[in-house]
Write a protein that binds this ligand. Sequence first.
Ligand SMILES: [Zn+2]
Length: 353
Amino acid sequence: MDFNLLKRIVKTPGIPGFEQQIRSLVSSEAAPFGDSVSTDTMGNLIIKKGAGKKRVMAAAHMDEIGLMTTYVDEQGFIRFHTLGGFDPRTLFAQRVTVLGKKNLPGVLGGKPAHVLTDEEKKRAPNIDDLFIDVGLPASKVKELVPVGTPVVRDRSCIRMGDLVTAKSLDNRLSVYCLIEILKKVTVPDDISFFAVFTVQEEVGLRGVRVSAETIRPDAGLAMDITIANDIPGVSAQKKITELGKGPAVKIMDGSVISSPSFVQYIEDTANQHDISLQREILTSGGTDTPAMQYLTGIGAHVSCLSIPTRYVHSTVESAHGSDIDDTITLGTHLISQANTFLQDSDVVKATDN
Ligand SMILES: [Zn+2]
């Protein structure tokens, strides 16, 4: 694993709608391995490799959940709005970086346990109870932090035993994997491969719809993390996936039912290359996958290659090193052999008539 690259990808900020910094890092790392690079007006980064007639798209969202400032009070404390799904328990007592006119370190404060009322002790904090303290007088904060300033959580990426742990492994792990796939893949003659780093996934799969509409893929592979609930207190049937048992192929989630033939192709390819693969079923939640299928009316064969991750949407998201490596290996084979899948495909596109 190129752990240094992963660390840089995790560290670079990119809340939904403000992906400029992460996009420029990904572009500089990945562009040399594609034939052409473009960014659409939405902010999706599209790297094309190969010039065949059949179109295969892989989509990894590069935005991360984050905060946006809404108000600075007379003491200089900052209030904020959340972008993406947050459990308030994961925000209390965290460090953040406020990306104002200059970068300011901050903390998400709250009352210490000593002064909580009995009522307050019983419940988790609400987002509205929380605020950001940057340790500066109100006049200075108001000058440096205009309303609408992006705020990212501050937690570096480290190795922990066999795992890596950080904030925003959702979805920077897949961003890293897709860059590595671009480096390694040999695209078959009859395929055009589009590696797309999408924006605004965490606020409702917004960016991918635009890129899917432009590319109109025959097959679409989303790349994202999924829940590994292999922790104490969870019964066996609720684990969803487990760490260290390979990437997962999405059968369905709350937003999509994957194409059975594409799932079969992914399973066959994993088998062929001796890569262990789990089957993922989530009954809620969603990823970029449906945009390439029904959200834009394209009807591509779709599924998602998911990296099992514990403590999703917290600052201590954790994933297994071998699952990350296997995602790169399997993803590379899936694109390198995509012609075999699309030859058998019975989908006729209007443009092929
Ligand atoms: Zn995600």
